[in-house]
Design a binder for this molecule. Sequence first.
Ligand SMILES: Cc1cc2nc3c(=O)[nH]c(=O)nc-3n(C[C@H](O)[C@H](O)[C@H](O)COP(=O)(O)OP(=O)(O)OC[C@H]3O[C@@H](n4cnc5c(N)ncnc54)[C@H](O)[C@@H]3O)c2cc1C
Length: 406
Amino acid sequence: MFDVVIVGAGASGLLTAIVAARRGKKVLILEKNNKIGKKLLATGNGKCNIANQRPTLERFYSQNPQFLKDILQDYGFQSVKQFFKSIGLELIEAKEGKVFPMSLQASAVVELLVAECEYLGVKIMCETAVKKIVFDNNIFSIEYDSHNIKTKKVVIATGHCSAPQLGGVMDGIGFARAFGHKIVKDFPTLVQLTSAYKENYLSQMAGVKVDARVTLRSKSQTFIKQGDVLFTNYGISGLAILDISRRVMEALKNSSELTLEIDLMPKMSYEQLRAMMKKSLIKKSQKPLTIWMQGFINKKLINPILEPLKLDNETVSSLLSSIEKVDMIVKKIKHFEFKVNGSKGYKGAEVATGGVDTQEVDAKTMESKKQKGLYFVGEVLDIDGDRGGFNLHLAWVCGLRAGESL
Ligand SMILES: Cc1cc2nc3c(=O)[nH]c(=O)nc-3n(C[C@H](O)[C@H](O)[C@H](O)COP(=O)(O)OP(=O)(O)OC[C@H]3O[C@@H](n4cnc5c(N)ncnc54)[C@H](O)[C@@H]3O)c2cc1C
């Protein structure tokens, strides 16, 4: 009989298996996909942003921050680095504290984890979807296909429903519910946003990518993210949007529509932009504004800027006679308003928020407080993090904790 059966051969499951097997446990992993670590292979655009050098508490989210605190204070970046060194994976550091495998290949991460499992005698069965877990007579019975397997300890490492095309499912949530666990409601995060912005402007702007500063103002707080913003025909995407999406999705719970304020030229102050524009007006000309503005901004953004100001048919000379119009354009560029009303959903999301309520899981062991011998690790729990390697950090440290306590 196996000492431990782990459901899910993703990031947290593989790590739990290795750490438990190194401590002498006989481990079996059941994986429903036909290959191991399918989501892991897609991380960081195939390069795997495996961790972050600064996994500080404010980069993570849960309804129960104490749970995160209890894990993060014991497992920082060095714990993750040491683990990967122990399986022969060298890491390199990039900007913003992001960490990648030296080969820049997610496949290297999966292959080295699998090789370590093989070396330690961990058995992995793919194409094996667990349907039910029951506890009877002090033993768990795990049902898959028309078989079942008995064990004393079960680890739910099933992830959550983000990226269903890579195998994201709610199965783990169902298993937790069956053992009486409370579930914190989920929503997609690190996700592209859909828009109720005027349809004609969406199609005009689609494909434009700018470095921008995005601001979301709520009654009590302001959130700001800077980076790539990509306008699309459904709404808006890009790294700054993924970064702010969690706050937007939270705010959309209380409102059907929100306005993002986008500074389309964050590298110039209001005054610098105004001075530059005024200077370029000096050569008095009958040039249409739509031509003149191409000197400093993407052509596809010009009509969505000028039309709402009713300046789309004007010429440069009209600005010279009315400097307020220059200010109107500068203001529009620095505070471009873009309405959003939802997200592309789990198909576009890197992560699902919510999950198994961590009040009912022991942060010192990852064991359920409701059912002895049952453990939860990774995204199935109500924990998630910012983009930048923080979500995988969570998966790895949950695995370290569970593997050690098993
Ligand atoms: C496109 C994309 C890019 C990402 N990039 C990054 C990144 O660069 N850096 C970062 O930190 N995070 C990234 N993430 C997030 C990160 O991948 C996840 O947070 C992490 O994989 C979660 O690990 P996990 O072990 O909890 O779940 P998973 O890695 O999802 O593993 C769960 C496994 O359980 C299996 N399973 C589920 N139900 C069953 C069942 N009933 N029976 C058997 N098996 C089952 C699944 O098939 C899956 O293999 C990205 C996510 C996506 C979608």
